[in-house]
Design a protein around this ligand. Structure first.
Ligand code: C2O
Ligand code: CU
Ligand code: CU
Length: 447
């Protein structure tokens, strides 16, 4: 039996050992009015370690993760998801502004062998979204086994047209996931109720341990996603500047050059780095090297970081119709919000269509990441102060560290559904499964 040494630390003194796995692009087929996509979720294997097959879940038979689903603003998409697992699951489009019936939350079960179709108009600007199973009580396990993928929204925003955007050449999806392997290279899953969630000892980047990627000289865009159960990454770049160009919901108004950046579970951040004659390294404070980026000797693709990237329709304080507050805390043996644990039969909040809301997020104990479905919000304040420039874009997930008070503003003016709720929850996946989730509906006046 092959034995693996999973926790072996990665050192930036040595070159990285494995080519980065880049998920294939799923562009869909144009059917006139609709672009349609075929997806499936099933079990398989992936070699995290050479010669060792690790049982996994994935989409489209990839063995790990899923294809990058590319959609365009102002198009209508229809995505078939067939469940090839022998258990029920769901598929949620994290960060997408869509009708509740297409959201893929825990109510939208796909039975084994069945196909669910999500149909929606793409009404949001360019952004890096992602998808993952969202089955009640089992989201953490299904994601941990490997089922998750990127969904990239592209648009015609002329301001951002010069950014790197050739998928797999100078534009890469990068998902960070820590995992724990046993000596046989197997992923054993056991849910945990610890307050900061489980921290595991092996970093996998697109499922690759200690990866490198070869790129043309010049600018490279990395679409970072924290797809981990609970770990928070502190990311920096060795050998280049790090310029953040987009948050969860799309471009920042202006690029922000940063020394380092925090990415909490569920969060995305698009960054641009510059590659010259020598390799550069994406670094995490705990794991050290995340990714080695090597020049491949090809000339740059003539890209640039524009001075302005987008216009954000800011939410003024005077627009706010309703205020709510949410405290994240221990409830009984699990985790809850406002003293309640998730109950599929209870709708926690009813929001009036067209309203703008201010939500105040606090933590009683533990460490949590707030995520809300369907809408993108703006951060109004963190501990009473305006957010730093890198946190002034659209967000659907925000880290509310044990002692932060985060106030967010959101509009609920796109879809209503009197029957199917959307979710809001902690994106530490174990906490979500242990009850730290609530439901809201957006309803028309009079309904
Ligand atoms: Cu990424 Cu409700 O989920
Ligand atoms: Cu979501
Ligand atoms: Cu939590």
């Amino acid at each position: 039996m092959l034995r693996v040494d999973p926790a072996k630390p990665v050192s930036t003194d040595d070159p990285a050992t494995a080519p980065l796995l880049v998920p294939p692009l799923l562009s869909g087929t144009d059917q006139g009015d609709t672009v349609s996509y075929e997806m499936s979720i099933g079990s398989g294997t992936h070699q995290f370690f050479d010669g060792v097959d690790t049982p996994t879940y994935s989409y489209n038979g990839l063995g790990l993760l899923g294809p990058t689903v590319e959609i365009r603003t102002d198009s209508t998409v229809s995505i078939d998801v067939t469940n090839e697992l022998d258990e029920i699951t769901t598929t949620h489009w994290h960060g997408a502004d869509l009708p509740a019936i297409a959201d893929g939350g825990p109510h939208t079960i796909i039975e084994p062998g069945a196909t669910w179709t999500a149909e929606f108009d793409v009404i949001q600007p360019a952004a890096t979204l992602w998808y993952h199973p969202h089955r009640k009580d089992l989201t953490a396990e299904h994601v941990y086994r490997g089922a998750a993928g990127f969904m990239i929204v592209r648009d015609d925003n002329p301001m951002a047209a010069d950014l790197p955007q050739t998928y797999g050449v100078d534009d890469f999806p990068i998902v960070l996931q820590d995992r724990q392997f046993d000596v046989d290279g197997q992923l054993n899953f056991a849910i945990s109720d610890i307050g900061r969630g489980r921290q595991m000892d092996t970093l996998t980047v697109n499922g690759t341990i200690d990866p490198y990627v070869e790129v043309p000289e010049g600018l490279v865009r990395l679409r970072l996603l924290n797809g981990s159960q609970a770990r928070i990454y502190e990311v920096s770049v060795e050998g280049s500047t790090l310029t953040k160009v987009a948050s969860d919901g799309g471009y920042l108004e202006t690029p922000v050059v940063l020394e380092r950046m925090t990415i909490a579970p569920g969060d995305r951040a698009e960054i641009v780095v510059e590659v010259g004659a020598d390799p550069i390294n994406l670094i995490d404070e705990n794991f050290d090297r995340v990714l080695e980026i090597r020049p491949n000797g090809q000339p740059s693709l003539d890209t640039a970081v524009p001075e302005r990237l987008a216009t954000i329709d800011r939410i003024a304080s005077a627009e706010v119709d309703v205020e709510r507050s949410f405290e994240f805390e221990e409830v009984g043996d699990g985790w809850g919000i406002n003293d309640r644990v998730m109950d599929m039969a209870r709708v926690d909040e009813v929001i009036k269509f067209g309203d703008t809301e201010r939500w105040t997020l606090t933590v009683d104990n533990g460490q949590h990441v707030f995520h809300v479905h369907q809408t993108q919000f703006l951060i109004e304040s963190i501990d009473g102060e305006p957010p730093p420039p890198e946190d002034t874009g659209w967000e659907d997930s925000v880290w509310i560290n044990g002692n932060r008070e985060v106030v967010v503003l959101a509009r609920f003016d796109t879809y209503t559904n009197p029957n199917i709720p959307y979710m809001f929850h902690c994106h530490i996946l174990d906490h979500e499964d242990l009850g730290m989730m609530g439901q809201f509906k957006v309803v028309d006046e009079g309904s």
